[in-house]
Design a protein around this ligand. Structure first.
Ligand code: HOZ
Length: 443
């Protein structure tokens, strides 16, 4: 692990944290284990920047892992949280703002007729799976290899994100019996799903999918694939769950379903609907959602669900996005310039990359092959990714510390930020090319 003079304080904090917290972090990817660097300990964020414990400023492309589409510490979100805190941090009782947030979401995402707020994306997917099983009275779930839906036992099967980063295809502590009802299939592979439905006709409760994958790096659906998922699930009476924890309100105000016109039965949403605070939600057709307790027999609960601070932040965030629909085009244009520049620089340095981008999400894969599923994502050279990551960090650019994660551009990223990122990338690609040459000469 490299400790640079620039990040001595972060390295010290990491050592202290390791004595108290497993791996020194509260979520594995944050340990920067795959990129051979001590983690950056964050102190504050402002707009597009993160400032670390050593006082270094970084142009941030982690963006709280997606939700910070308005950048760090947006004044409206800050104000809303402060005002809500003055009224009380939590009541364990229903509050009026929960209705307002639910209304904003159902207006933005018409497939969601009714919604339940929870505390995280993991809770959202766990609850959606239970509801799908309860509603359909079927047990099997189909997920896709390399998609990650949180750390739910039954979904930790051939998952992406941290599980792929740390090469833990399955987690210890999840009994095989718990995953026997999960079928994991390759993403973007129509034949595999057709075969599964042929083999298990009438037994599959739901197909859950990241409609644009973020957790094997950014991987878009092939043309017509989402429509195919909609049709094959409907034909069998299975539910389609779009996991829009990353993409909801990020790729458009209505998420991927707003862009594609695909209407799922259930949708899961994450922290963006809490302005970056701990929130998740699941929702969908009223007929299905009415099966949730206390209206129906599918039990799901949470003392902190609908927490007033998170709800206030979420309302502020969504109202700002609704007020400024041009944000999406602006970020798209800026991201496009960034990606064109990165492609040019990689080519000039002689480094093979495939850069996948959808809207403001992107991943630089260090492979010459198209990346369309987890197998092709795994053709990427992770050592090269790690050297690129470290070189970018040294130049003041903070990327997600794993080849199997998406990077996010926000409305707070400015043209000078993009220029500075490209300048950093020029050096980073040259350094990757230099290392590759040295390694080849040594052989
Ligand atoms: N679940 C996040 C998005 N893939 C990764 C970050 C984390 O696990 O802490």
């Amino acid at each position: 692990m490299k400790i640079t003079p620039k990040r001595v304080r972060s390295a010290e904090l990491f050592e202290r944290a390791k004595a108290l917290i497993p791996g020194g972090v509260n979520s594995p990817v944050r340990a920067f284990g795959a990129v051979g660097s001590a983690p950056v300990f964050a102190v504050r964020g402002r707009g597009s920047k993160v400032i670390d414990a050593d006082g270094n400023h970084y142009i941030d492309y982690i963006g709280g892992w997606g939700p910070l589409i308005l950048g760090h510490a947006h004044p409206d979100v800050e104000r809303a949280v402060r005002d809500a805190l003055e009224r009380g941090a939590g009541f364990g009782l229903p509050t009026e703002p929960e209705i307002r947030l639910s209304q904003l979401i159902t207006e933005a995402v018409p497939s969601i007729e009714k919604i339940r707020l929870v505390n995280s994306g993991t809770e959202a997917t766990m609850s959606a799976i239970r509801l799908a099983r309860g509603f359909t009275r079927r047990n099997l779930i189909v997920k896709f290899i390399g998609c990650y839906h949180g750390h739910v036992d039954s979904l930790l099967v051939k998952a992406g994100s941290g599980v792929a980063t740390f090469s833990l295809p399955e987690s210890a502590g999840v009994p095989a019996e718990f995953t026997q009802l999960t079928i994991a299939l390759p993403y973007n592979d129509e034949r595999a799903l057709r075969d599964a439905f042929a083999m298990h006709a009438g037994k599959i409760a739901a197909v859950i999918v990241e409609p644009v994958v973020g957790n094997m790096g950014c991987v878009p659906p092939a043309s017509g694939y989402l429509q195919f998922l909609r049709e094959i699930t409907a034909a069998d009476g299975a539910l389609l769950i779009l996991d829009e924890v990353m993409t909801g309100f990020r790729l458009s105000y209505g998420g991927v379903q707003g862009l594609s016109g695909i209407k799922p039965d259930l949708t899961t949403l994450g922290k963006i609907i809490g302005g970056g605070l701990p929130v998740g939600a699941y929702g969908g057709r009223a007929e299905i959602m009415n099966s949730v307790a206390p209206e129906g027999a599918v039990y799901q609960a949470g003392t902190l669900a609908g927490n007033p601070l998170a709800v206030a932040a979420g309302i502020a965030m969504l109202e700002e996005l609704r007020r400024r629909p041009s944000i999406y085009t602006e970020i798209d244009v800026r991201t496009e310039r960034l990606i064109t520049g990165l492609n040019d620089l990689a080519r000039a340095a002689g480094v093979a990359v495939t850069i996948n981008r959808v809207g403001s999400m992107f991943t630089v894969f260090f492979t010459s092959q198209p990346v369309t599923d987890f197998d092709s994502a795994c053709t990427a050279d992770r050592e090269r990714f790690a050297s690129f990551f470290r070189a970018m960090l040294e130049e003041g650019v903070l990327l997600p510390p794993s080849q199997f994660e998406a990077a996010f551009v926000s409305a707070a990223h400015t043209e000078p930020d993009i220029d500075a990122t490209l300048k950093a990338a020029r050096h980073a690609f040259e350094s990757v090319a230099g290392e590759a040459k040295t390694a080849a000469a040594a052989h």
